[in-house]
Design a protein around this ligand. Structure first.
Ligand code: GLN
Length: 190
């Protein structure tokens, strides 16, 4: 399986490494034409405003919308989750607008800018080690969105058909459980 990691800004190499551990080939994606060869795509964490701007500049907004319309799985982590959301809290415009979730940026407050925890995830046997860095959270979900994980009463991971989103960075530890979960989704849609 070939899984792309959008490489405009953010935690790219770490996702490539985790994909390898989970048994897939990770591909660094810098041009829209490269999407053709992929079975799935990860949009990494970083700074959503920056990645969003670069996506517009390089034609990725349309290209990823088309990719998703072909039922190719897309996984947004942290800033990536902000980018896939249909709605952002406050005045901000959505970016890709793919997934029926409303997301609030930097939602865990200053004193909790970053932290690490073990999360229970629906459909997964073991907990997952998750790193939160100025993390967003999911304020509300649409009808066919499945909530996968909750941390202190806040939704931090969800799935809608071929779309997956997580508030945290699942690529910054040695625990590739969440990547394995995404690869199972990709197999389902291949
Ligand atoms: N705070 C960042 C944003 O709003 C996301 C942080 C991250 O990806 N670790 O884009």
């Amino acid at each position: 399986m070939k899984i792309g990691v959008l490489a405009l800004q953010g935690a790219v190499a770490e996702h490539i490494r985790m994909l390898g551990l989970a048994g897939a080939e990770g591909v660094v994606i810098k041009r829209t034409e490269q999407l053709e060869e992929l079975d799935g795509l990860i949009i990494p964490g970083g700074e959503s405003t920056t990645i969003g701007k670069l996506m517009r500049t390089y034609g990725f907004i349309e290209a990823i919308r088309e990719f998703s319309a072909r039922r190719k799985p897309v996984f947004g982590t942290c800033a990536g989750m902000i980018l896939v959301a249909k709605e952002l809290s406050g005045q901000e415009e959505a970016h890709l607008g793919l997934m029926d979730i409303r997301v609030a940026r930097n939602a865990f407050g200053r004193q909790r800018e970053s932290f690490e925890t073990d999360l229970a995830v629906k459909g997964m046997e073991n907990t997952v080690r998750a790193v939160f860095i100025r993390a967003p959270l999911i304020e509300s979900v649409g009808g066919n969105v499945d909530v996968l994980s909750v941390y202190q009463d806040q939704i931090v991971a969800a799935r809608q058909e071929h779309l997956l989103a997580a508030s945290f960075h699942p690529e910054l530890t040695d625990d590739y459980g969440f990547h394995s979960y995404f690869l199972d989704m990709v197999r389902q849609y291949r």
